[in-house]
Ligand binder design. Structure first.
Ligand code: COA
Length: 374
């Protein structure tokens, strides 16, 4: 048995940002246009007018102030309201592979390693650009990694589930190292014309290198223990599968093929599930709340994180104990907790213990207890 450790992480951040002010301005222009074009139906009471979105609501309900996106122009054009992503040829790298490659190279650099040191690539994300060939195999080829690669999808929990899969393989000795890559093009499965959710997501890619402890060439995080759980729910759903092309009446129903959620129910049901999951994981591993130096939580909503942090620590977390990045990145699905971990972990001291946790659609929750060695 080998001890799996995290030796490097990397984050690819797109160049474009959209502030809440820009987002709301575009949405309201779209709503005004929709209302003007449909004035007769709205006046007749057969169609609801679209109400305006508000910056105050978005910040208060979510804590999000801005988001990074691959394409800003299409999203902010009231006549388009979705990213305009170029259709690439089959012989060009796919967008997910390109984003994942950048994050993977950064993770390798952080670990002081090259592609020759990697035994497997797992591309774990909430949406795949295509079903096959696996995006992970494309990243493997672009990096020049030998061995094998595969895709996995556990929505927002993809990164922690991927880390568990990689850590277990490293532990057993079937591989000596793996890159877990999380390219999330959330902007393409978000309905930017839906006021209830148009502010939720952003784009990003993260990567985590997991190796055997004896192969680490610098400071690292020992993976003490991982724990994954799922419980089926329709409250967060995306029907963009290959069987879903149109409604029974033949009308294309894009809305059903994008991100759908019952946010209030998610809030109510996921919070107890996550708190109980982490609490049990810590108890089983003999980790006390006072042992935890840092929590790197899934980045969907500030109130959710505040609640979980308080519940776990038994007090309001101090600044820095539970870093949030969602104010700058919004919800980036599986990548969120890894962005927080990547940006806010170098300062931990030898022996410090922390916990990475992601949760979301499925429902799914994954937690990783790590210990710093420096
Ligand atoms: N601007 C202004 N008002 C808005 C609005 C917007 N953009 N969006 C919704 N509202 C209104 C609603 O219409 C509603 O009005 P009403 O009270 O008159 O009916 C009111 O604000 C409250 O809406 P609600 O959807 O209940 O807000 P909320 O407090 O639940 O916050 C979320 C919404 C999505 C931020 C929150 O539910 C959440 O974060 N849920 C969990 C999300 C999550 O983790 N999902 C996982 C995704 S992977």
């Amino acid at each position: 048995m080998y001890t799996p450790v995290i030796t490097g992480t990397g984050v690819f951040t797109p160049e474009n940002t959209i502030s809440n002010a820009e987002l709301v301005k575009a949405f309201n222009a779209y709503a005004d246009k929709f209302n003007a074009e449909n004035a007769a139906d709205i006046d007749a009471g057969t169609l609801d007018a679209k109400p305006h979105s508000s910056e105050e609501f978005i910040f208060k309900a979510s804590g999000i102030e801005s988001r990074y996106v691959i394409d800003k122009e299409g999203i902010l054009n009231p006549d388009v309201m979705h990213p305009l992503l170029e259709q690439r040829g089959d012989d060009q790298p796919s967008l997910m592979a390109e984003m994942g490659l950048d994050a993977a190279r950064k993770a390798l650099k952080a670990a002081g390693k090259t592609a020759a040191d990697v035994g497997a690539v797992i591309c774990a994300a909430s949406n795949m650009e295509r079903a096959y060939p696996a995006v992970a195999i494309e990243i493997q080829q672009l990096l020049g990694v030998e061995g094998f690669a595969f895709d996995m999808n556990v929505a927002c929990s993809s990164a922690t589930f991927g880390i568990q899969a990689a850590a277990d393989m490293v532990k057993s000795g079937s591989i000596s190292s793996a890159l877990v890559v999380n390219p999330e093009i959330c902007s393409a499965h978000l309905e930017w014309r839906d006021r209830d959710c148009h502010f939720i997501f952003g784009d990003v890619a993260t990567a985590t290198l997991i190796e055997r402890e004896e192969d680490a060439s610098g400071a690292y995080f020992e993976i003490k223990s991982t724990r994954c759980a799922t419980d089926f729910s329709n409250n967060i759903r995306n029907n963009n599968g290959f069987l879903r092309r149109s409604r029974p009446d033949g009308v294309a129903d894009r809305r059903d093929m994008q991100f759908m959620q019952n946010g209030r129910k998610v809030f109510k049901e996921v919070l107890p599930m996550v708190s109980a999951h982490i609490g049990q994981h810590m108890e089983d591993e003999g980790v006390q709340a006072s042992d935890l130096k840092r929590l790197w939580l899934h980045q969907a909503n500030k109130s959710m994180n505040d609640f979980i942090g308080k519940k776990l620590l038994g007090r309001t977390p101090e600044a820095g104990e539970q870093p949030n990045i969602l104010q700058d990145y919004a919800n980036t699905s599986s990548a969120g907790s890894i962005i927080a971990f990547s940006k806010y972990s170098d300062d931990l001291k030898d022996g410090d213990v922390g916990l990475i946790c992601s949760f979301g659609a499925g429902y799914s929750v994954g937690s990783v207890i790590v210990k710093r060695h420096s």
